[in-house]
Structure formats: C-alpha cells, structure tokens
Design a protein around this ligand. Structure first.
Ligand SMILES: Cc1cc2nc3c(=O)[nH]c(=O)nc-3n(C[C@H](O)[C@H](O)[C@H](O)COP(=O)(O)OP(=O)(O)OC[C@H]3O[C@@H](n4cnc5c(N)ncnc54)[C@H](O)[C@@H]3O)c2cc1C
Length: 239
C-alpha cells in the first residue's frame, strides 16, 4: 500500500487533425468534395490553421468532433474517475476491481491531509484498517470456497474512494473543450482540476489551433458565470 502520483499519457490523436476539421467545415459551404478540400489543405497548412482559429472563435464546433484524443491516466482516485465518467460523450476503459485484486491497494492523499501531520496519520491508519478488513474478507470468503473475481467483487464494497485507479479515456475535441470549461474551473474539485489542466496542456501542445483559447469557461467568456459565492474572482462575476 502506497500513495501514488497522477500521470497522464497521450496514447493517440487523430492524424491530420487540422486538415480534417478544415475539410469538414468547408464541406458545409462548398460544392467541392471534402476529399479534394482535404488534399488541398495539406498544401496550405498556415491558411488552414488560421481558418480553424476563426471557426473555433465563432463557436462553429461540430467539425471538432471529427478529431479524437486518447489518454491513459494513472495515479488518480476512484473519487476522480466517478466525476470523470459523468462526461458522457467519451469512451472509457477502467481497471476493474473484480479482475484486479486490491490486496495491496495504493491510495490518493488529499493535499490538505498531507500538510497536517495529525490528519495525515489518521487518514493513513484508516487506509491500513480498510486494507486489513478487505484482506480479512478475502480470507473468510476463501474458507467458504469463494475465490477470484467472485470474492473480489464483494470484498471491494469496503474499499475507499481514495483507492488508486487507472483509466483510458477517449474524447473528441469538442467534448474536451467542454470538459476543460467545467473541470479547469477553480470551482471544480482539486484532483479532477489537476487532471484537466494536464490534459489541457497536452491538447494545447498537440493542437493549438483548437485549444489555445481553451480552459475554464471564464477564459473564453471573460466573465465568471458561477456567481459571487463561488467565483475565484479572476474575472468579474455576473448575477
Ligand atoms: C463544479 C461541479 C460540481 C458538480 N456537482 C455535482 C453534484 O453535486 N451532483 C451531480 O450529480 N453532479 C455534479 N456535477 C456533474 C455535472 O452535473 C455533470 O454531470 C458533469 O459535469 C458532466 O457534464 P455535462 O452533463 O455538461 O456533459 P457531458 O456528459 O460531458 O455532455 C456534454 C454536453 O452534451 C449535451 N448532452 C449530453 N448528454 C445529454 C443528454 N442526455 N440530454 C441532453 N443533452 C445532453 C449537454 O449539452 C452537455 O453539456 C458537478 C460538476 C461540476 C463541474
């Protein structure tokens, strides 16, 4: 049992992303075939990039759906992934607690706990007790002849939300922008905010034409829609 660190790795991104978005956009207004528009756009990359920036700024977002990113994520809590999977326009594959035994589970420690010795040691001792309880349950189930995934699937009922997990997520660019708008916001929970910002950094590097103005919703709106009570006050609030 140990504490773990959040790690995000980009597994793949749609090839020729700019050209695909460009061809999809242009197809809406052109009698030409998107296949030809795509080929021509490869020859004029700078023009294509400028066009995409304008499209993004105008809010014409459906062409962004043709470009997908796949991330591998580890070192995050089940509390985080429970929030992540609420974003429905995505694909997920998560480490199973039925097929992967948690007999030495890693866990995430909230920074506020880490910075206070008393709280931290209370938390760590709780994690140890849960681990002992989980292992005891597996042992007791084994004595009844219940083992493997059948035992794991019930013993996991005692596991905490702090348990470390691994997940693969695929989102299209439009959904990613929506995800960043909500989860890079100071109002979002700290762990998913760290994840969202790491994913945003990767997207900005990989596809600046689409993501350079992305981030918390206030970054595009230039005001905070969260209201006085919840605003971080980076931008003025609106009632
Ligand atoms: C700060 C914060 C606090 C939160 N607190 C809570 C909480 O206390 N309790 C709670 O349950 N959740 C909470 N959530 C989760 C939130 O309610 C959403 O479930 C989550 O952010 C997923 O976002 P989404 O529904 O906009 O979009 P996604 O699933 O990412 O979908 C993107 C967009 O597609 C459209 N869409 C998708 N599915 C449908 C559909 N079925 N019908 C119509 N339109 C659709 C919508 O326009 C949606 O915005 C919180 C989220 C944040 C950021």
């Amino acid at each position: 049992m140990a504490e773990t660190k959040l790690n995000v790795k980009l597994l793949s991104k749609t090839d020729n992303a700019c050209e695909i978005i460009y061809a999809a956009c242009r197809q809406c207004y052109s009698s030409d075939f998107a296949g030809n528009i795509f080929e021509k756009s490869i020859e004029s990359r700078e023009k294509t990039a400028e066009f995409i920036k304008k499209v993004v700024a105008s809010g014409h977002e459906s062409p962004l759906e043709h470009v997908k990113f796949t991330f591998a994520i580890e070192g995050v809590s089940r509390a985080l992934t429970h929030q992540l999977v609420r974003h429905r326009i995505a694909s997920y594959s998560q480490q199973s607690q039925r097929y992967v035994k948690e007999s030495e589970f890693d866990y995430i420690i909230p920074p506020v706990f880490k910075n206070d010795t008393a709280i931290n040691s209370r938390f760590v001792s709780m994690m140890q007790k849960i681990q002992e309880g989980y292992n005891d349950l597996l042992k007791m189930l084994k004595e009844k002849g219940i083992e493997g995934e059948k035992a794991n699937q019930d013993a996991r009922f005692v596991l905490p939300q702090a348990v470390e997990t691994k997940i693969v997520v695929t989102m299209n660019s439009r959904e990613l922008k929506h995800f960043f708008a909500h989860r890079c916001c100071a109002r979002a929970q700290w762990e998913i905010r760290i994840l969202a910002n790491k994913m945003l950094d990767i997207c900005k590097k990989e596809l600046p034409e689409v993501f350079e103005t992305s981030g918390a919703k206030c970054e595009e709106l230039k005001f905070c829609p969260e209201g006085e009570k919840f605003s971080c006050r980076k931008y003025p609030t609106v009632r």
